[in-house]
Design a protein around this ligand. Sequence first.
Ligand code: C5P
Length: 225
Amino acid sequence: MSTVALIPAAGRGERLGAGLPKAFVDLAGHSMLHHAVRGVQASGVVDAVVLSVPIDLVDQVRSQFSEVIVVAGGAERSDSVRAALSAAPPSDVVLVHDAARALTPQTLFVDVVAAVMAGAPAVVPGLPVVDTIKSVDPAGTVTGTVDRGPLRAVQTPQGFDSAMLSAAYAALAHSADGAQFTDDAGLVEAQGIPVRIIPGDPMAFKITTPWDLQLATWLLHERTR
Ligand code: C5P
C-alpha cells in the first residue's frame, strides 16, 4: 500500500508576528518547512510528499526541495489542502500534516499510517485536555465550565483513506465554506465518516506564537547537544 503526505504551508502566520509566512520562519538554522519535510521523509512510511506554499514562494521552494511536488496554496487551509490533494499521485493512504508541527516524532507518522492501513478510514492523534475549559460571553463573563473528560486536543499527521478524503473534498466544493474546517478530520466528520483518535505526542505541538517558537528552538538544541 502506498502513502502520500500533504503538507499545507501557505498560512500567513500572523499570530507568530515574524513578518513572513510561518512555515518559512527560521527554526535553529532551517525553516519550519524544512524540519517538517525531513520529519515526514525520515518516518520511512511515506512514498511522496506534496507541499502547498504561498504562490510567490512556489519557485523558491521547488528549487529547495527537488524531490517533492510543490503547488500554490489558497486563502483558507482547506483550499491549500485541496490544491495539494489535486496534485498528489495516486495512493491508498493520504496524510495531512501541518508544516507548523515541525518537531513531530517519526513514530507518530508510523502509528497513523498503520491505523489507516488496518482499516480505519480516518485517524487523528490527540491528547487529553489538561486545563479546565470555560465558555465565556462577548463581555468576558463565564457562562459555563466544560467537562474536559471527553475532550481531546488534536494534532497532525491526520491519516485518511485516499478515496474517502478526495470524495469529502469534492463534496465540500459543492456545499459549505471551507473556512469553518480548521482540520481535515472536521471535514470528514461532517460527511458522517467515523474518525478514530490515537494517542498524540507533546512534541507534535503546533508552533503558533513566539513562545512556541522559543520552545521549539530550545528543544531542537537539546536534541542535538
Ligand atoms: O493557521 P494554522 O496554524 O491553523 O495553520 C495550520 C497549517 O495550515 C500551517 O502549516 C499553515 O501554513 C497551513 N495553512 C495553509 N493555507 C492557509 C492557512 C494555513 O497551508 N490558507
